[in-house]
Write a protein that binds this ligand. Structure first.
Ligand SMILES: Nc1ncnc2c1ncn2[C@@H]1O[C@H](COP(=O)(O)OP(=O)(O)OP(=O)(O)O)[C@@H](O)[C@H]1O
Length: 223
């Protein structure tokens, strides 16, 4: 569950990017975050993932007030929310397996358990057999799927992704969205920021729209 109450966000002394945002997303929803470039979609996702603090207001994730969270509680958020940013931040000098293992190092699993979990995550995104490759050897779509595997390896209740299908052809984009749909079907709350309204219409059942500082929350996606 995610709840925003009177949330404002500005960067430094800039104008408010987000002003008085209020919404609640229940567990298991599939939500499309839409809006033109620069409207604040990435900012909204970063607030949910605890990567940016709000300037004002309260943000509740799974019954935890994250805007008031002391730094030592951040690892909780890292496990609760899987984040896929526009820049995937993959480690291009390490293997696919090493990339997926990385978030598990903070959890303190035994190596064999960690490897088993990483393999399961790679299987779910259709990358079994690619463990020893370097991400540089993979296509854009495969790199996105690797970023998803890394985001879900800690089994988060919430998955947020920023433009995960940007720069992909239609087939690869659909394949990425199918991966998100499969996680959503097993109960993972999913929020995706995208410009591709047509594609999102096939998956999301609710839209949070930010346009020129105005916020709208409506059922469905208008293609
Ligand atoms: N770290 C930052 N410091 C200062 N300004 C920022 C920062 N991050 C974003 N902004 C500004 O906040 C505004 C919203 O940016 P944001 O990336 O959230 O928009 P967006 O809707 O995701 O855009 P896009 O679709 O192009 O990714 C923009 O004007 C941007 O320049």
């Amino acid at each position: 569950m995610i709840e925003f109450q009177h949330v404002f966000k500005s960067y430094g002394r800039s104008r408010n990017i987000l002003a008085d945002i209020n919404f609640r997303v229940d567990a298991g929803e599939f939500v499309f975050v839409s809006g033109p470039s620069g409207a604040g979609k990435s900012t909204l996702l970063k607030l949910i993932g605890g990567l940016e603090p709000p300037s004002r207001g309260s943000i509740i994730v799974n019954n935890h007030r994250i805007d008031k969270m002391p730094n030592r509680a951040r690892p909780y958020l890292r496990r609760a929310v899987g984040v896929i940013l526009q820049d995937t931040h993959l480690l291009f000098d390490r293997s696919v397996m090493a990339n997926v293992l990385l978030p598990l190092t903070v959890v303190g699993l035994e190596q064999s358990q960690a490897v088993a979990r990483a393999r399961a995550a790679l299987e779910k995104v259709g990358l079994s057999g690619k463990e020893d490759l370097n991400p540089i050897e993979m296509s854009g779509g495969e790199q996105q799927r690797l970023a998803i595997a890394r985001a879900i390896v800690n089994r988060p209740a919430i998955l947020i992704a920023d433009e995960p299908t940007a720069n992909l052809d239609h087939d690869s984009a659909t394949r990425i969205m199918d991966v998100f749909r499969d996680f959503n079907r097993v109960g993972v709350t999913t929020l995706i920021a995208s410009h591709d309204t047509g594609l999102m219409a096939a998956y999301a059942n609710r839209t949070l729209q930010i346009t020129a500082g105005r916020f709208a929350d409506f059922k469905g996606v208008m293609a």
